[in-house]
Write a protein that binds this ligand. Structure first.
Ligand SMILES: [Zn+2]
Length: 419
């Protein structure tokens, strides 16, 4: 008898923890949410890129999550996400992860084999013509050429996802992990009609995905609010939910398949639209909030004053002087106006209240500075280089760090999205 497959629940939060010290504070937000009436599945995610920058191993993420679960007596599911992996990077995660974000963005637009494209379109005549989906007012109208173009653009990426999935499944067994396919780190957003073609192809490839991360319209910069057309986002998000519901029925994809919103932390202006759409369609969502916790650590240090504040200032000064190097891996997901970054000498004169006011994501506070916030967001390498000096200060300022981590997830993320 095969064991019950692992199933991701309706609402889940990707909680990244750069230095593996906040798992308990993060889980405390899920515990509080449950008391308030909503079940949130915590998913600790850390990408290969982040492990490399910090010099950590996936086993440390597993150890921190397991310890938090034990300490708080969490009896519900939780997962460890090997975030943004591919065939070349997945192996170090296979032993400890039970959720895999298979990133195939680099394969989008690499032309697929024309014969495979033709076979796909021949196999799917239902994708050509007028497609009326429940919940969408205006049907999609597509020509065979449209579907061919979309298939040519995405088929190779989907085939690659199939390869990675089979590679993981060979080691762990099908159903022993949650597969996600991500296409978010690319130039142009995928439209709802494209998503339908992609899902048909994923079903053909036999990947039982439970979450899919398309690139949505608008800017999802790290740690700051959404920038884009709110009405268009809401329309497309709703259409995507209808496409997913249809694809689940039509192509036999897992019934719990849902959208995954990457760089989903701090996108306060779209949370009301997401919340409305989830309620309207009875849908679930996975929201990745990785970097927001590291920012709360720095806020916690600054709030503690004394040596904590001094270290927070040092992180800012170092980040400022290594800005190009720190920003480079994240160039497509940050927009920093360098003229709005104060000199290190200015920040060195700040009080705890000034530093916290600049960094905490409270857009109503005149001290708030989105440029500082994005710079610190990508600046965790500075803390990684500090090594034990950073970690000791985290311990010394435990109360304020934990309090800020929990409150941020609960009050600024879980509450507006789910409560
Ligand atoms: Zn992502």
């Amino acid at each position: 008898m095969s064991p019950t497959p692992l199933v991701l629940g309706r609402f889940s939060l990707g909680v990244g923890d750069r230095f593996a010290h906040e798992a308990e504070a993060q889980l405390a937000a899920c515990v509080a949410a449950r008391k308030l009436g909503v079940e949130i599945v915590p998913v600790w995610n850390k990408s290969n890129r982040e492990h490399n920058i910090i010099g950590s191993e996936p086993a440390s993420t597993r150890a921190a999550a397991d310890a938090a679960v034990k300490a708080l007596g969490w009896k519900s599911p939780y997962f460890l996400d090997a975030d943004h992996i591919g065939l070349k990077t997945v192996d170090r995660f296979v032993g400890v992860s039970d959720f895999f974000t298979i990133d195939v963005a680099d394969f989008i637009a690499q032309p697929a084999d024309p014969a495979a494209v033709k076979a796909f379109v021949d196999r799917h005549p239902e994708l050509v013509g007028t497609i009326a989906l429940a919940g969408i007012d205006r049907p999609f109208t597509t020509t065979r050429a449209d579907v061919e173009r979309t298939a040519a653009k995405f088929l190779l990426a989907v085939q690659e996802a199939g390869k990675v999935h089979r590679h993981i499944a060979a080691a762990k067994g099908v159903g022993r992990f949650v597969p996600e396919i991500s296409m978010d780190e690319t130039d142009s957003p995928q439209t709802p009609p494209e998503l339908l073609v992609i899902l048909a192809a994923i079903a053909d490839e036999g990947v039982p995905i439970q979450t899919i991360a398309p690139k949505f319209t608008g800017r999802f910069n790290k740690g700051v609010d959404y920038v884009g057309d709110l009405a268009q986002f809401e329309r497309e998000f709703n259409d995507d939910l209808c496409v997913i519901a249809h694809a689940v029925r039509r192509y036999g994809l897992p019934a719990n398949l849902k959208l995954s919103v990457h760089s989903g932390s701090d996108k306060f202006s779209i949370y009301p639209a997401i919340r409305r759409a989830l309620a309207k369609h009875g849908a679930g969502v996975h929201v990745k909030t990785a970097g927001t916790t590291w920012l709360e650590e720095v806020i916690g240090l600054a709030e503690a004053g004394g040596a904590g504040l001094a270290l927070a200032k040092e992180i800012y000064a170092e980040a400022l002087s290594h800005m190009d190097e720190l920003c480079q891996p994240y160039a497509t997901v940050i927009d920093i106006d360098r003229s709005r970054l104060p000199a290190a000498a200015v920040v060195n004169g700040w009080t705890s209240g000034q530093f916290v006011g600049a960094l905490r994501h409270d857009q109503g506070n005149p001290l708030y500075n989105a440029n500082i916030r994005q710079l610190i967001h990508v600046g965790f390498k500075v803390a990684a280089k500090m090594g034990p000096r950073y970690l000791e200060q985290l311990k010394a300022c435990r109360e304020s760090c934990s309090r800020n981590v929990t409150a941020n997830l609960l009050e600024r993320h879980i509450r507006p999205l789910f409560l």
